[in-house]
Design a protein around this ligand. Structure first.
Ligand SMILES: *Cc1c(COP(=O)(O)O)cnc(C)c1O
Length: 385
């Protein structure tokens, strides 16, 4: 059964020696914009491509503002800081995520607290979040406080796992009711919508990543989107060393960050976003091909309950348990087909093991069963037409 899967994936990607999990699609447009950027001499964090890329992302997502950063982790750190997360606080997130979500919380000096995922969406479970507020917080003048840790709950950070939207409208409604800012980790979900609204636009702020393995890449890069004018202004200020605008004076009014996206990276982004629909279509097609194939050989292929509203960034199988998963991982990787398990859940990493958490049965189960399989958009479609 697993051998069939290996043969199939190898055929899909032209039987190369090594098939990576996800590689970017780059071409002439990327080279042309990069060359133009170099010719302009504006290769650093001031330049026309940065502003243009911000406008493009704002337009595509429907957000009022977009602020470009040097990577997604920096975007998360700046966004959390700007919504008021500090060393006294706690931030509710899901344990099934990339470590950057929790690291950004810790950069603020705050502590993550974990609620479970919904096994259908792989994202934060709204019922688990509601239960956290009901059973573990008391209302104070500054907002909800975790009764066990004494920490103020300063933000909720759900993540759209593998690009698939979580039930973000319900999560936004709960956050609104408890008066806690919602910051979406939409790092993986550019091109994913929830009820026709782009992921990342449901709360105070949303964060995207353009790392080399994401659906769209700038080499390294990130973006914060928000509809809040004051928050956008603060994010621009914070991410550019908090320098006061002046033609020659160098004066700063707080400890800011050097988090701005360089123009070179933005040039790449401007070229990439012109392909976003093409990439999105390719990925929809790939998910369809995989679903059909794995259905036939009796292996469960993860499908989002929201179907093609997802960008289908990273495809996943749901194996029977950790033993079968490990057998699959060993066999595929031994045959040059890169696969990997879901991230080790955050509550099992030494840095976050002591963090407050509610019961996490769905996280534990799915983490033992999920495997990501090659998902690059450059597969040979013709084979399956
Ligand atoms: C990629 C990713 C990030 C961080 O992005 P970088 O650009 O690599 O810093 C954050 N959260 C999640 C869920 C991610 O997948």
């Amino acid at each position: 059964m697993f051998e069939k899967a290996i043969d199939f994936i190898r055929a899909l990607y032209g039987d190369r020696e090594f098939i990576p999990l996800h590689e970017p699609v780059l071409g002439e447009k990327e080279k042309a914009y990069l060359a133009d950027c170099i010719d302009s001499t504006f290769v650093s964090s001031v330049g026309a491509y940065v502003e243009r890329f911000e406008r493009e992302i704002a337009r595509y997502t429907g957000a009022t503002h977009a602020v470009a950063t040097c990577n997604g982790t920096a975007a998360l750190h700046a966004a959390l800081t700007a919504v008021g997360v500090d060393a006294e606080c706690e931030v509710i997130t899901q344990p099934l995520t990339f470590v950057a979500t929790c690291n950004a919380i810790r950069y603020c000096g705050a502590e993550p607290a974990f609620v479970d995922i919904d096994p259908r969406t792989l994202g934060m479970c709204p019922a688990s979040l509601e239960r956290f507020f009901k059973e573990h917080t008391r209302e104070e003048a500054t907002g909800p406080v975790n009764t066990a840790t004494g920490r103020r709950v300063a933000a909720v950070v759900p993540m759209h796992t593998f690009g698939h939207p979580c039930e973000i409208d319900t999560i936004a409604e709960i956050c609104g009711r408890y008066g806690v800012p919602l910051v979406e980790d939409a790092a993986e979900s550019l091109g994913s919508f929830y009820q026709n609204r782009h992921t990342g636009t449901f709360g105070k702020a949303g964060v995207f990543s353009f790392n080399g393995n994401k659906i769209l890449t700038t080499g390294g890069g990130g973006m914060i989107v928000t509809d809040d004018d004051a928050l956008a202004a603060r994010l621009r200020h914070l991410s550019t060393t908090a320098k006061l605008p002046h033609p020659w004076r160098y004066e700063h009014d707080e400890v800011g960050f050097n988090y701005r996206m360089p123009n070179l990276n933005a040039a790449l982004g401007c070229a990439q976003i012109e392909r976003l629909e093409e990439l999105r279509n390719k990925k929809r097609k790939l998910a369809e091909i995989y679903k059909d194939f794995f259905g036939k050989i009796g292996i469960e292929f993860y499908s989002s309950p929201f179907g093609d509203a997802s960008n289908h960034w990273l495809n996943a199988l749901v194996l029977k348990g950790s033993e079968e998963r490990d057998r699959f991982l060993r066999l595929t990787n031994d045959h040059g087909v890169m696969t990997r398990p879901a991230w080790e859940p955050m509550h099992r990493l030494s840095m976050y093991a002591a963090c407050f958490r509610t019961p996490l049965p769905a996280t534990d189960e799915m983490a033992a069963r999920l495997v990501n399989i090659p998902s690059s958009a450059n597969f040979t479609e013709g084979l399956f037409a």
